[in-house]
Design a protein around this ligand. Structure first.
Ligand code: HEM
Length: 506
């Protein structure tokens, strides 16, 4: 009986909602696909595996269409020749920050009074100028002086070497980046610990932050899409509350050697009139926003290197060449200068190829007024106020067979010319593409942390490869599939972790 009442209630509710979102396509608008379920439209398919769903829509409607998703209408543009019309459009028409604010609230319960996107961006830029010295600090934790890796496992490698340690690659990187970032809150102290001279202060509860941050990340994709179920929402809330306590101003203030960045960020929040509760929430948002994508990027980068010996040899060769050119031997845990980091075309190609295959963000804008969207081939479409516009570079250009031969394959030298310089000419419909790989987005809202992320990844890989013997526990193991529920959410995660073993080079 209760089921009949419930089903009738849902049916009536959907009918009412579908009346509220009744809409038909005008001739000047992109093809409209509302799906079969009233109001919900394509929400379930979209949330389950956006890449497969959008490919299906593209095959049906072409490179621009509007779909209904949980009461909202989202226009999806998949022609990279036309992306300029979106990413350089005035924010009075296509707005990034309104949607960002919605996500801040939905995912992190953050509401900032007088939120000024450019002031926030400036603060993040300052953060990303922080030295990556801490990359080196983190690696010292894996030396004989500190042999305990994050979350070591009694591995089941077939031929374990006596000195080797086993662990999951994804866990390893998450642990690494979160340790790195949380300690960025107090870099001076972290550097002191590089010399192993000072004991870890009790107030720095890294393990807890790492543990809970990883847990939280698992909920974030659902919170982002708004597809979480009540139980998940409750658990996510309790994990967040725990992290807020760990990152509260009282905790942060109790540290004697706070970074100058943290001090100025705290001041900035105080000037905005943000209370202590909200400050802790903002800290968590910053931690997640600055680090959430770097761990999975490092995972895929190292996994592709371990799976492709020719790529590994090329990167190692470049690292040695670059070090030696500058009159220095490759030495473990050696701080790499910016000059060296800027001269690595092979590594850059490997990173670009890795991100081409695994960076899958939606670039989403709110349509703030009725407007016309002009595409590169002369087509023109009307967009309606309050709709959303979304670009998904992962599908095109990044995975587009017209742009890349065998787009699903990892080819480490895809972005290298035969003479070793960076390859930048890629074509679609016979026309050279301005945007052929977009892991960092483009236009007004291009990722402000990209140089920081690239530098960290580069330092990390070079130092790791120079200092450790690393192997996959099972070299024949297939590269894990993607967790398809995360399309649109940033860097893709693997469906499962991969075990590696490593030992320090002598
Ligand atoms: C592999 C790592 C990363 C990837 C793949 C990535 C990707 C992106 C993408 C695609 C966008 C554009 C979003 C849009 O246009 O809608 C973006 C924006 C942004 N990213 Fe990143 N990001 C990474 C790391 C970082 C880091 C380390 C930081 C901070 C230190 C950062 C801070 C930001 C900020 C603040 C924006 C918004 C820019 C604005 O307001 O205009 N990102 N990121």
């Amino acid at each position: 009986m209760i089921w009949i009442i419930l089903i009738s209630f849902v049916a009536v509710l959907l009918c009412v909602l579908s009346c509220c979102t009744r809409r038909s396509r005008l001739a000047s608008e992109p093809p409209l696909d509302k799906g079969t379920i009233p109001w919900l439209g394509h929400a379930l398919e979209f949330g389950k595996d956006a890449a497969t769903f959008l490919t299906r829509m593209k095959n049906k409607h072409g490179d621009i269409f509007t779909v209904q998703v949980a009461g909202r209408f989202v226009t999806v543009l998949l022609d990279p020749h036309s992306y300029d019309a979106v990413i350089w459009e005035s924010s009075s028409k296509l707005d990034f920050s309104k949607y960002a604010r919605i996500l801040m609230d939905r995912m992190f319960n953050v509401k900032l009074p007088d939120y000024d996107q450019s002031a926030e961006k400036t603060m993040v830029k300052l953060y990303s100028q922080l030295t990556t010295t801490l990359v080196i600090w983190s690696l010292t934790r894996l030396t004989p002086a500190h042999p305990t890796p994050p979350h070591p496992e009694k591995g089941n490698c077939n031929s374990p070497g006596s000195q080797s340690t086993y662990l999951g690659l994804l866990i390893f990187f998450f642990s690494f980046v979160l340790r790195n970032s949380y300690l960025n809150i107090s870099p001076v102290m972290a550097i002191a610990r590089l010399n192993h001279s000072s004991p870890p202060p009790a107030s720095l509860r890294n393990k807890e932050v790492k543990h809970y941050s990883r847990k939280l990340d698992n909920f974030m994709a659902e919170l982002y899409k708004g597809t979480h179920i009540l139980a998940e929402k409750k658990e996510a809330a309790s994990v967040k509350e725990h992290l807020w306590r760990l990152l509260s101003p009282e905790q942060v203030d109790s540290k004697t050697n706070r970074s100058s960045w943290l001090n100025s960020y705290r001041l900035h929040l105080q000037e905005l009139g943000v209370d202590n509760n909200m400050q802790a929430r903002v800290m968590l948002l910053q931690l997640w926003a600055t680090q959430g994508n770097v761990g999975p990027a490092a995972f895929w980068l190292l996994l592709f290197l371990l799976k492709h010996p020719e790529a590994m040899a090329a990167v190692q060769g470049e690292a040695e060449r670059v070090f030696k050119q500058n009159g220095r031997e490759v030495s473990p845990l050696y701080q790499i200068s910016q000059e060296l980091l800027d001269n690595t075309p092979v590594f850059n190609s490997v990173l670009n190829e890795t991100l081409r295959l695994t960076a899958a963000s939606f670039l989403t804008r709110e349509v703030l007024q009725d407007m016309q969207l002009k595409l590169a081939d002369g087509r023109e479409y009307s967009l309606r106020i309050d709709d959303r516009l979304c670009i998904f570079p992962y599908l095109s250009p990044q995975r587009d067979p017209e742009v890349y031969e065998e787009p699903e394959k990892f080819k480490y030298d895809r972005f290298l010319n035969p003479n070793g310089t960076e390859k930048k000419d890629f074509y679609k419909r016979g026309k050279k593409l301005k945007y052929y790989n977009m892991p960092w987005g483009a236009g007004y809202n291009i990722c402000v942390g990209r140089f920081y992320a690239i530098n960290s990844l580069k330092q990390f890989v070079f130092i790791l490869l120079n200092s450790f013997h690393m192997e996959l526990c099972d070299p024949e193991e297939r590269t894990p599939a993607f967790d398809v529920s995360r399309y649109g959410f940033g860097m893709l995660h693997p469906e499962r972790d991969v075990k590696i073993k490593y030992k320090l080079k002598i």
